[in-house]
Ligand binder design. Structure first.
Ligand code: ADP
Ligand code: MG
Length: 761
């Protein structure tokens, strides 16, 4: 029988910190925990990474009896059980992979009331025998995870879930809770009805994921673009989605050929191969998975740092769920979509294969919305959230390409006029590709067929590559100066505003398009040079690398994925705050009692050894003070957490005001030279220059005059240009023939990155 017991906040918070190692709840977690402790049914819709597991795991620990968790995938269950155990919860799973011996042991633990959590798969509820056994146990409550699997309207319907309707009838006195990340109202209504929840406590969290940066880029030379992006994310985990098996294989092979650790994943592979790929990814043994959308729910990996869509997704819901797999740990992560209009036609071919007209029309409308999302010129976050019925009201989200780049506009009235005039002269009946062909004077079948080589606009844009004209057209579309009535039949029409621009009565401004790029390393230069996406709160990369090694080693020894040992966020904090004793270490995010007992000593050894060997690095980080500055609180609004990444706030209190490099910044602002600061702070020149680099990246105003006379900088710029490279210094140093040393090159690069040399995006 369920009897309500009273739990006070102290008990709750003590479990939060001792078991989970967290200092505060994420939005809605506390209210859900409270509702469960009061014995209510609960239905919670929270985005991926919102922290749903904790909502049932924490009460499971406090309450008498076992919490029965229904979870759809065996692979998911195993990781969840491992993660719970490592935290010090007692958890087990009953599924077909369990040996008879283990089953017995679990049976004993259950009868002795020693388990907090029992994970089972949904089909168990089809067995009368299993239900009768369950009835002999003391159950605290049921938790149905991934509850959208019960809805035929959801994107992942599983018939086995239908059996869960029985729970309420078979166990009328036990509370039932359900969790999902599915956003649509139709599915959520369906879940409540099918699970027969009784006046449930309802939670619908915001779908905003403040730590995700959204970017759409023109798809040009995809392979090169991918490699370039990856070069800037060396060793980080990421997913690349492609829309066919063939493309998955091709991209994976291409990356492997370049020595990048990538594996393919698609439904055409054998179960064994697919499983191996997923395991390798989950365990950081391979950093990149190239996959079709078959790769999805089974991934609880928290340290996915980027999700790339290399082809146009078929709808916004899918795009959102797929991008949602990035950054579950709450650390910054990047979502990059390569958008090419040629992909529309291909998606339309998929749509045509759909059988009923009704379903085809829905699919087309969804595709239209997706194309609009990619083309439009408004904040991506606003658009995504609007799709889910949410309003996001901040002026500037600071973490999408549109918001971040909106400041970098330049005038392009004359190029715009050339295009508008081509549209006008071809009677508003053609699409972007053909128009760009006219401008560059291409010799195509279509141009000859329509006699467009006789137009006065034919070839007027020869001086620029076709990509440039495509970029201008994209900007005209995004700003609604030309319109496409049906995104799926992209024919450009002029608006009133277009006429004003044609008559030079109005200026046209656009983001600076990439310069002509044909040579691969030029692209590398552009894309590599840190796409200015998000501000990662700084941490010592040297120490982080060491910590990561240890994490991999420990995880391997225990046969669990590394992120279960410690999340990226935990390692980032360690590499920022350098905890050197037990007390400091236990203050770090994600370090609970049990994890400290299992791993604390080994990590402290690595940290202390590192500190002895790298005194400079330690000095430059030693002023970091953890705890007042990065508490997640349940009342925290999405905007405020984004602020911690916006470029201005990196320098404003209370974020990291006490950081060592800000002290350096203060001294520069007082007009001190590098040498004076070296003396005053007792740090090396290298450290001070690394501070300048951080400041440069975070957008701080650094006066170039303090460091270079213009002629010298121009000279250095030439060497960089000649070397075709700014990611590394060596080529420029070599190009200078002994006139430039590494230190000066490093210093110059800070300013060159800000100037036109590299900021061509
Ligand atoms: P979901 O199931 O909602 O996608 P998870 O339960 O897998 O999300 O949690 C995502 C990540 O967030 C995990 O790494 C988890 O440890 C972390 N997390 C959960 N709650 C908190 C919290 N209160 N503070 C910090 N991190 C949290
Ligand atoms: Mg989950």
């Amino acid at each position: 029988m369920f009897s309500v017991q009273h739990y006070n906040s102290e008990q709750i918070y003590s479990i939060l910190s001792s078991i989970f190692g967290f200092r505060s709840f994420r939005p809605h977690q506390e209210e859900i925990v409270q509702a469960i402790l009061k014995g209510r049914d609960v239905f919670a819709v929270m985005p991926t990474g919102g922290g749903k597991s904790l909502c049932y795991q924490l009460p499971a620990r406090l309450m008498q009896g076992v919490c029965v968790v229904v979870s759809p995938l065996i692979s998911l269950m195993k990781d969840q059980v491992d993660a719970a155990r490592i935290n010090g919860l007692s958890a087990a799973t009953l599924n077909s992979t369990i040996s008879a011996e283990e089953k017995n042991a679990i049976g004993v633990a259950l009868r002795q009331n020693r388990l907090d959590l029992l994970y089972i798969s949904p089909e168990r509820f089809n067995s009368e025998y299993f239900i009768s056994r369950l009835k002999t146990l003391r159950i605290s409550f049921f938790a149905v995870d991934e509850a959208h699997c019960i809805s035929e309207w959801g994107h992942d319907f599983r018939p086995d879930y239908l059996g869960l309707s029985k729970i309420v009838h078979e166990f009328p006195s036990i509370p039932v809770t359900a969790f999902t990340a599915t956003a649509t109202p139709r599915v959520t209504d369906d879940i409540v009805m099918r699970l027969c929840l009784r006046n449930p406590h309802l939670t619908r969290a915001s779908f905003n994921r403040p730590n995700l940066f959204y970017r759409v880029m023109m798809k040009q030379e995809l392979d090169v673009q991918l490699r370039s992006f990856l070069a800037g994310h060396n060793g980080e985990s990421g997913i690349i989605y492609r829309n066919s098996r063939k493309k998955v294989e091709a991209t994976a092979e291409m990356l492997q050929a370049y020595g990048i650790s990538a594996k393919p994943y698609h439904a055409g592979m054998s179960d064994v191969d697919r499983h191996a790929a997923q395991e390798a990814f989950s365990r950081d043994e391979c950093s990149i998975i190239v996959a079709t959308i078959a790769f999805g729910m089974g991934i609880d990996k928290s340290n996915v740092r980027f999700v790339i869509h290399a082809d146009l997704p078929k709808n916004i819901e899918g795009y959102y769920q797929e991008t949602g797999r990035a950054g579950r740990d709450g650390e910054p992560a990047e979502c990059l979509l390569f958008f090419g209009r040629q992909d529309i036609a291909q998606q339309l071919r998929f749509v045509d294969e759909i059988e009923t007209e009704h379903a085809r029309n829905i699919a087309k409308e969804q595709l239209r919305q997706m194309v609009r999302f990619a083309e439009q010129n408004n904040c991506r976050r606003v658009a995504l959230l609007k799709y889910f019925g949410e309003t996001f009201s901040a002026q500037n989200c600071n973490s999408c390409d549109i918001c971040v780049d909106s400041q970098k506009l330049e005038e392009a009235t004359i190029p715009a006029q050339k295009i508008l005039s081509a549209i006008y002269r071809t009677k508003e009946s053609f699409g972007a590709i053909h128009l760009a062909d006219i401008l560059v004077g291409a010799n195509t079948e279509k141009i000859r067929q329509f006699g467009h080589d006789r137009l006065p606009t034919y070839g007027v844009g020869k001086d620029k590559p076709k990509n440039y004209w495509r970029a201008v057209i994209d900007a005209l579309i995004a700003q609604k100066i030309v319109v496409i009535e049906d995104p799926l039949r992209p024919i450009l029409k002029l608006t009133e505003e277009a006429l004003l621009i044609l008559r030079s009565q109005k200026k046209f401004l656009m983001r600076k398009p990439p310069e002509h790029i044909s040579v691969e390393n030029k692209i590398n230069r552009i894309l590599n040079t840190k796409i200015p996406s998000y501000e990662v709160k700084p941490f010592s990369e040297l120490l982080f690398a060491k910590l990561r090694e240890l994490r991999t080693e420990l995880a391997r020894a225990e046969n669990v994925p590394p992120y279960i040992v410690f999340s990226d966020r935990t390692l980032h904090e360690i590499a920022r705050y350098f905890p050197r004793n037990a007390e400091a270490f236990q203050q770090i995010h994600g370090v609970g009692r049990n994890k400290y007992a299992s791993y604390g000593q080994q990590f402290l050894e690595v940290i202390n050894k590192f500190c002895e060997q790298n005194p400079d690095e330690v000095k430059s980080w030693q002023h970091q003070q953890p705890f007042e500055q990065n508490c997640e609180t349940s009342s925290q609004s999405s905007q405020s957490s984004q602020l911690s990444r916006s470029s201005q706030s990196v320098l404003s209190p209370p974020t990291i005001q006490s950081a060592s490099f800000l002290e350096t910044y203060r001294l520069f602002q007082q007009g001190k030279t590098i040498d004076e600061i070296v003396t005053e702070r007792q740090l090396t020149r290298g450290t001070i220059i690394s501070h300048l680099e951080k400041l440069g990246e975070s957008g701080a105003e650094l006066s170039v005059d303090l460091f270079f006379v213009p002629e010298r900088l121009a000279q250095i710029k030439e060497w960089f240009r000649a070397s075709g490279e700014t990611l590394f210094l060596k080529p420029a140093v070599e190009a200078s023939g002994g006139k430039l040393d590494f230190e000066e090159a490093r210093l110059a690069r800070i300013f060159l990155r800000k100037s036109s040399l590299v900021n061509q995006e």
